[in-house]
Design a protein around this ligand. Sequence first.
Ligand SMILES: CCCCCCCCCCCCCCCCCCCC(=O)SCCNC(=O)CCNC(=O)[C@H](O)C(C)(C)COP(=O)(O)OP(=O)(O)OC[C@H]1O[C@@H](n2cnc3c(N)ncnc32)[C@H](O)[C@@H]1OP(=O)(O)O
Ligand SMILES: Cc1cc2nc3c(=O)[nH]c(=O)nc-3n(C[C@H](O)[C@H](O)[C@H](O)COP(=O)(O)OP(=O)(O)OC[C@H]3O[C@@H](n4cnc5c(N)ncnc54)[C@H](O)[C@@H]3O)c2cc1C
Length: 572
Amino acid sequence: MAAALQTLGGGIGITLHWIAFTPTIEQQATEEQKKKWLKLAQDVAIVGAYAQTEMGHGTFVRGLETTATYDPSTQEFVINSPTLTSTKWWPGGLGKTANHATVMAQLYTRGKCYGPHNFMVQIRSLENHQPCPGVTLGDIGPKMESNGNDNGFARFDHVRIPRENMLMKFARVEADGTYVQPPSSKLAYSNMVYLRGTFVMSAAQALASATTIAVRYSCVRRQSEMKPGEPEPQILEYQTQQYKLFPQLAAAYAFWFASWFMTQQHGSITGSMEKGDMSGLAELHALSAGLKSYTTAVTARGIDVCRMACGGHGYSHASGLPALFGGAAALCTAEGENTVMMLQTARYLVKCFAQSQAGKRLTGTVAYLSAVQPSPVAGNRNMSDLGTLVAAFQHRAARMVRHAAMQMQGEMQKGKAREDAWNSCSVLLIKAAEAHVHSFVVRNFAETVQTVEVDESVRAVLTSLCQLYSLYGITEHAGDFLKDGYLTGRDIDAASSHLSAMLARVRPDAVALVDAFDLHDKILRSVLGRYDGRVYEHLYEWAKKSPLNKSEVHESYYKYLQPFLKSNRAKL
Ligand SMILES: CCCCCCCCCCCCCCCCCCCC(=O)SCCNC(=O)CCNC(=O)[C@H](O)C(C)(C)COP(=O)(O)OP(=O)(O)OC[C@H]1O[C@@H](n2cnc3c(N)ncnc32)[C@H](O)[C@@H]1OP(=O)(O)O
Ligand SMILES: Cc1cc2nc3c(=O)[nH]c(=O)nc-3n(C[C@H](O)[C@H](O)[C@H](O)COP(=O)(O)OP(=O)(O)OC[C@H]3O[C@@H](n4cnc5c(N)ncnc54)[C@H](O)[C@@H]3O)c2cc1C
């Protein structure tokens, strides 16, 4: 995705052509339809947008208003935007770049609505790039970041497309208008599950970029006196700087490994689904939604910590950190807003908890829910042992899932409808789902460092990083672990002192750990994070190129400042 994110220049963007439009054809088109569109998309003979979100709806896909009404007399679908709020709004590339779009619309046939389905619609002429008849297009205007992408809007005024333009791998409409059910109505959402999974790697790469910039700069930057009269130290020698940066560095590795698992899971489960086995779909959805939500949120916060750790130069676009933050912030909203996604994971956890209560043995990423004992066994734990740390996170998650689920059951026993009980417990549910994903990331990190094929000296460094990530999580969320006595105050104190030791242990390898991400300067686009460390010369060169420096006295002086100064002086 990182490569795809390189836009072709200001004002146009084919990111979504690669990460959403083309995969939608791959995942939702029949073999016949792939023959017609897939190679065109892969060769960029057509450029596409993924047009699902509307001005009035993004999260609630079942509430989308665009309609696709089947006309059996002509064997066509009529695509229409019935209201202002049904205007497609946000899709990348839709404003000025794309000439095709997969449009998510409510499918109507024989007077009945069958819910959201994907349709291939040509939106611009292949001859002169003008909008097709009945199609109104435009850019939605400047955004927080990613302004190289023309996120656009589209309105359809009874645009007719052939029946064959409905992506019919799962659901179908026959020539006479008969609707053929898919194995699951959620298969129309498969591209979103795929894309959420790729966001985990995007988050890892973004956090890897930010920690590379901040760690390298923290070795170049010298500031203040640690001891009177001694030379100014590298700011990375300050424990507070290590406490800011190393947990983010550890998280970048943790998320990188989590994305490996996500990719493997997606491949294996979708492989089974190709053979008709849908049993893994619910777990895949819950895992991708939770990991996307968790990793992008931690990444956005972590990038801002890195920015602040670089002082004033971190706030300059020369650092590359504001742009990274803006991009990562987008990942928290796009492809399923984080709160809503984490609630989807919570919904799955509550369901699994109920199954476990009914005696079913749980498997996959929720297996621990039935294995963890409710009664805590307090005692002096070895807080440097990865097994102990993993068990602590799983106990915390199991306790919070159980607590949220029991709260909900209690609300329903008081007579509340399930939906009202859900809403009144949704903060607890979100926290439980976050704890679940956090425990998965820790377990996966620990399992990866113990099994990955690396030199033992590298394994030792990765193990320290995994301990650091886990201990940081325990100290940052100490209350969750203390609540039922599973960990004691002494355990938390031990975790804190071990965390300090880990900061010191990681310090000598910090630069090697960020260099290992192998992010070229051209990708980092950061004066502070340059591989050669020559920050100050390049900062000066960067500043001199600022448009404001094209003239010694800026035209605004003559237009505004000069007359203003003159009039003020005249009053003296
Ligand atoms: C090296 C340097 C690199 C640096 C990196 C730089 C990083 C910065 C990058 C900057 C780039 C900026 C961003 C670019 C990319 C942007 C791309 C964005 C594209 C989009 O946003 S496309 C639009 C996305 N929209 C969504 O995701 C919509 C979200 N909403 C939904 O998915 C659904 O509405 C929702 C919320 C799931 C609800 O669906 P609904 O049908 O209402 O279902 P219910 O909640 O009622 O649940 C019923 C039942 O269905 C199950 N379910 C739901 N969804 C799925 C699914 N997808 N798969 C399987 N099952 C599903 C649910 O679990 C329920 O099951 P039960 O058994 O419990 O009944
Ligand atoms: C950079 C960027 C690129 C994008 N690219 C595309 C694209 O290519 N194609 C495309 O189709 N879309 C795209 N989108 C749109 C994106 O998918 C939506 O913005 C996203 O799905 C959120 O929907 P929304 O904007 O309607 O927010 P809303 O759903 O209105 O969310 C607003 C607030 O309401 C809360 N909320 C909503 N529902 C619930 C609930 N059930 N429970 C609790 N709280 C709730 C949310 O948590 C959120 O805080 C893009 C967006 C961005 C920012």
